[in-house]
Design a protein around this ligand. Structure first.
Ligand code: DC
Length: 219
């Protein structure tokens, strides 16, 4: 199996990079953030208060399934799919609160490892190179300055109704980076053997080309 791990900061462009690599190299892509986001949506729909006791009680009863619909990843939590609801600011923040819990991470860990055993894949997240697939064939850690990341997000959202201000986006990004990097279990950090990619001054095409060259030269 060929397994490529891509981790990185909020808004670093890691999902877009992963999806481009998957297309070019004909691999499956697993966006692991969407699994955590789907669990957060499920808890929200249950109106569940987020605390250790509730999380422990409900996580063991979650049945999570991943399927692909015309190549698009679809996550089901107890047969419910939350596509279209996953990316709101509210769900982003809620996901950042539930993802540090060990029981949540253990649940998702098994799913991710099973996926990598069965599929040549690019797996994208925060702890793929460090925890989920420590023996991945290639590991990339993608980052960019927080201002560049906030500007990219602002440009994506600015024409939408109720678009957040640049300052709100920057604040939200800082908060989520802080949560990801400071949690006890599987914090966001580069694996000792990852290739670090600072894309502040790189276009997507340059980033993709850079990674493809590394993969093709070593494969
Ligand atoms: O990549 P994303 O923004 O869709 O991730 C959503 C949240 O899930 C983010 O708060 C970090 C968390 N996450 C995680 O803890 N571990 C992963 N492997 C992927 C995402």
């Amino acid at each position: 199996m060929l397994n490529i791990a891509i981790d990185g900061h909020v808004g670093s462009g890691k999902s877009t990079l992963a999806s481009e690599l998957a297309k070019i190299l004909n691999l499956k892509m697993l966006n692991t953030g969407e699994i955590y986001r789907s669990i957060a949506c499920y808890f929200k729909e249950m109106n569940m208060e987020i605390n250790e006791e509730n999380i422990k009680k409900f996580v063991s009863n979650l049945n999570i399934e991943i399927s692909f619909d015309s190549g698009e990843q679809v996550v089901y939590v107890n047969n419910k799919c939350f596509k279209g609801k996953l990316r709101s600011e509210e769900i982003s923040m809620l996901t950042s609160k539930i993802s540090p819990f060990l029981v949540v991470r253990e649940k998702v860990l098994k799913l991710q490892r099973d996926f990598a055993k069965k599929n040549d894949c690019v797996m994208e997240g925060r702890d793929i190179g460090t925890v989920v697939l420590p023996n991945a064939d290639f590991k990339f850690f993608v980052t960019a300055s927080e201002f560049v990341r906030a500007q990219r997000r602002y440009d994506q959202l600015k024409d939408k109704t109720n678009a957040p201000s640049f300052e709100e986006i920057l604040e939200d990004l800082r908060q989520r980076d802080y949560n990801d990097e400071h949690r006890k279990v599987a914090p966001l950090k580069p694996a000792f053997d990852s290739i670090i990619l600072d894309t502040s001054d790189m276009t997507l095409a340059q980033t993709v080309e850079y990674c493809c060259d590394i993969i093709k030269n070593k494969k």
